[in-house]
Design a protein around this ligand. Structure first.
Ligand code: SAH
Length: 507
């Protein structure tokens, strides 16, 4: 008998910030065959899923967002059950926590009726995220010793409401309303009618933990006008009670320097992680659109041949991180090891490349003070005469390094160790953001990326601020009519961020 594999995991996705998913949730997402995710679960979480997982977005009120189909609650049950009975691992990803206004009861009943095995993984519910991310405590030694989680939807159905408004008005703690934006005029006036003071403090947290988070404070009596139709759209959490008085005014989350800014990183994916992490730390939301794609060279033969003649070279010259990685991995794959480099000197164009060498336990013998080909050639010029240089380069790029070395008397060979080609079409999400002027900054981290961004977005680049990593990159942009707003002082990603922060503080 085989071990049955089909199972449904009801997983809380947390309130929005992708970092708030639990480790267990991530582990399950990473091995799921099918993911049914709520419109409130952040689609960015899908990056944890396998490339071939079936991803189905469940819209609300018939409005599916993004990929996938529109389904009603019965459909959701049927799909979960069918997939699990087919032996699939199914993750049912629900906004916040599955057990808080998440129809968990109904879904479990359906699974149990069908005899499908399940597991439930909790998530950070919106009330708790709204509290943490806005600095509004839910309990307080002086003001509130208990908390009620309440749905605002009930007050719509006045006759059938299960909410005891008189009881809630007397509740000796903090009231937290979910789904309460549109019904606020009803429930706030009922609470007041049942004796809750109109000056009870209120905090409204919209899009808690997301780059679009907004926090407003008010009072129960004012709530109806603060939330007048159209003023604030759901989803929001409304916290009612004296504990709100003890809120922090600092706003740690939304006061971060790039909060609310959308930043496009155009690096190849495997090189974007660090920059993306730094930008997120500063509060930005990051769009990723590789401007170029990096692949193996079409032909390894010249590289293998050069490796077999290592003894002939005095210097290996690396002008990019990709060059280091592709070349050294090839070297190791060829059955050789790092000892074959003994006696050869290594030159690196800049700190990133030097770091990439260090990851292979190799030390660069030379790195220019300025991180560009001209400076590298200049730094090597004393060594040029009579020495043999092997340049590990991209399938395209500037010839200047080889030319300068040759004119300084060096013998120069070049081999292509990686293929670089332009990405023509941006991802849909990125294309839309750019077309509608929603990209606040675009990081242009090389001349090749500058060219590909110009080809990809053209005139639309006037609707974003461009940050260039070096004067050369800046020139490529300017010559095409897209002058960058900032240019990094040192030609490093860190320096680029510093320039952006300076521009942001300058207004
Ligand atoms: N199971 C979810 C709640 C689903 S009900 C949870 O545990 O959080 C939907 C309501 O949740 C919304 O109307 C809103 O009141 C609240 N909500 C969900 N995500 C939110 C967010 N990021 N910010 C504020 N409120 C949110």
């Amino acid at each position: 008998m085989a071990v049955p594999t089909g199972k449904v995991y009801l997983v809380g996705s947390g309130p929005g910030d992708p970092g708030l998913l639990t480790l267990r949730g991530r582990e399950l997402l990473a091995r799921a065959d099918v993911v049914l995710y709520d419109y409130l679960a952040n689609p960015l979480l899908m990056r944890h899923a396998q490339a071939d997982a079936e991803l189905i977005c469940l819209g609300r009120h018939g409005q599916a967002q993004g990929r996938g189909r529109i389904v009603d609650q019965e459909d959701i049950h049927r799909q979960m059950v069918a997939a699990a009975q087919n032996g699939k691992q199914v993750v049912r990803l629900k906004g916040g926590d599955p057990g808080v206004f998440g129809r968990m009861g109904e879904e479990l009943a359906a699974l149990e009726a069908a005899g499908v095995a399940y597991e439930i993984v909790p998530g950070v519910t919106a009330a708790l995220a709204a509290s943490s991310y806005s600095g509004v405590p839910l309990t307080h030694r002086d003001h509130a010793s208990c908390v009620a989680l309440i749905t605002g939807q009930e007050s719509r159905m006045k006759s059938g409401s299960k909410l005891d408004m008189a009881g809630l008005a007397r509740f000796p703690g903090t009231l937290v309303f979910y789904m309460g934006v549109t019904t606020a005029p009803d429930w706030s006036s009922e609470l007041i009618a049942h004796g809750k003071p109109g000056d009870t403090p209120v905090a409204i947290v919209r899009h808690a933990s997301l780059p679009t988070q907004k926090v407003l404070t008010s009072t129960l009596g004012e709530l109806a006008s603060v939330l007048a139709p159209g003023k604030i759209r759901p989803p929001a959490i409304i916290v009612v009670g004296e504990a709100v008085v003890a809120r922090s005014t600092l706003q740690w989350f939304s006061s971060r320097p790039l909060f609310g800014r959308q930043v496009l990183v155009a690096r190849p994916e495997h090189q974007a992680a660090e920059l993306t992490a730094q930008l997120s730390e500063l509060g930005a939301s990051v769009l990723l659109q590789p401007g170029i794609s990096i692949n193996e060279p079409k032909d390894w033969q010249p590289v293998d041949e050069a490796i077999s003649r290592f003894a002939e070279y005095d210097w290996l010259v690396f002008s990019s991180v990709n060059g280091v990685n592709y070349f050294l991995e090839r070297l190791l794959k060829s059955g050789s090891d790092l000892r074959s480099l003994s006696g050869i000197k290594l030159a690196s164009v800049g700190p990133g490349t030097t770091e990439a060498l260090a990851a292979f336990h190799l030390k660069a013998d030379l790195q220019p003070d300025e991180y560009r080909a001209e400076a590298l050639a200049e730094a090597l010029s004393g060594e040029a005469e009579g020495n043999r240089f092997l340049l590990l380069r991209a399938s395209r790029g500037r010839e200047v390094l080889a030319e300068l070395l040759r004119s300084a008397g060096a013998e120069v060979e070049q081999v292509v160790v990686y293929q670089s080609s332009d990405v023509i079409e941006p991802a849909e999400e990125v294309g839309t953001a750019m077309a509608t002027g929603k990209v606040d900054w675009t990081l242009v981290t090389s001349s090749a990326i500058a060219r590909s961004l110009i080809a990809m977005f053209g005139e639309q680049l006037h609707q974003t601020r461009l940050a260039a990593i070096s004067p050369i990159t800046a020139d490529v942009l300017s010559e095409a009519g897209y002058s960058p707003t900032v240019v990094a002082e040192q030609h490093t990603p860190e320096s680029l961020l510093v320039a952006i922060l300076a521009a942001e503080t300058a207004g």
